[in-house]
Design a protein around this ligand. Structure first.
Ligand code: ACO
Length: 271
């Protein structure tokens, strides 16, 4: 249907200058939203503005969206934080660590909380987020991939949690999903060595759901999106809520949560 095909721009894109500054493109096509990191000439290095931009996309995501695809333009998903942020001048107009340090610990925590908001919304029950990762996913780039529900990767993928090598901790919400996916020992190994995880290992340890040749990446993502959209929307939301809560609950508590979600489904479907 022509209308369904028509590309619709999300609320965030109304603010052209902030959009350009963030280095992110955002498009909505019916139930599918696509976020593209769009500084390929800098390997999609991210600035504070990128994370604020991601947060704003989350705030204005149209209600009909069920799947959010997060990808990078060019050969790398993202080379992580823009290294100019480490210099005293920073990136023009976007601050630096030096300027952030002047705001004191409480101020820094508040800034980081704002940046984390750009990542946390990708786990909302109402959507399934897919990171489409080719090439480098370093530091903040690795954490953005971890913020998504699923990771479909190309054979040339290389994940690296570089932060500890630079004197920082991973603080863009990546530590919990990493431990949840690969276990504590492997997460310690990956983060505290800042080593690179390639496609074979990523698949083996559960970082990636699927590895495909670079040329097959778009098709693999399209196929996954179609599969995800083939299920009932409300049931999918309720099921994701259940799955997300499962680890923190006892079997009895989880069974009670299943009963409660199912009662609501049966009432909605047959009541
Ligand atoms: N910040 C700013 N610019 C970057 C970054 C970055 N993180 N990564 C790459 N670029 C720029 C390069 O400076 C270069 O710019 P130029 O053409 O103006 O010289 C351009 O992107 C291409 O980079 P190359 O290094 O030439 O590309 P290559 O494919 O050989 O290597 C790689 C890619 C491995 C990603 C390399 O650029 C790199 O190591 N980048 C730094 C990664 C890093 O340490 N990130 C910080 C992680 S910690 C965190 O995110 C909190």
């Amino acid at each position: 249907m022509a209308e369904a095909q028509a590309r619709q721009r999300g609320g965030y894109t109304d603010d052209g200058s902030a959009m350009a500054e963030s280095g992110v493109r955002f498009e909505v096509d019916g139930e599918i939203a696509t976020i593209t990191l769009d500084r390929p000439e800098k390997r999609n290095a991210m600035t504070f503005a990128t994370w604020s931009g991601l947060a704003r996309i989350g705030e204005s995501l149209p209600e009909q969206v069920r799947v959010v695809v997060v990808k990078g333009e060019g050969p790398s998903f993202s080379a992580g934080i823009d290294l100019h942020m480490f210099t005293s001048d920073g990136v023009p107009g976007q601050g630096s660590f030096s300027s952030a340090a002047k705001s004191g610990e409480a101020g820094i925590e508040q800034r980081v909380r704002q940046f984390q908001a750009g990542f946390l919304w990708l786990r909302r029950p109402e959507i399934v987020s897919i990171a489409v990762v080719r090439g480098h996913a370093i530091g903040a780039g690795f954490q953005l991939a971890l913020a998504c529900d699923l990771r479909i990767v190309a054979e040339d993928v290389s994940f690296c949690m570089k932060e500890p090598a630079l004197g920082l901790v991973p603080d863009l919400t990546g530590t919990k999903p990493l431990v949840d996916l690969v276990g504590l020992a492997k997460a310690i190994d990956i983060c505290l060595t800042a080593r690179t995880v390639h496609a074979d290992e990523a698949m083996r340890i559960g970082l990636a759901e699927k590895v495909v040749a670079g040329g097959d990446l778009d098709q693999a993502v399209q196929d996954k999106v179609a599969e995800l959209l083939s299920t009932n929307r409300e049931a999918a939301i309720a099921t994701k809520r259940l799955l997300q809560g499962a680890q923190a609950r006892t079997l009895e508590e989880q069974s009670a949560a299943e009963r409660s979600e199912q009662a609501a489904r049966i009432k909605a479907l047959f009541g």
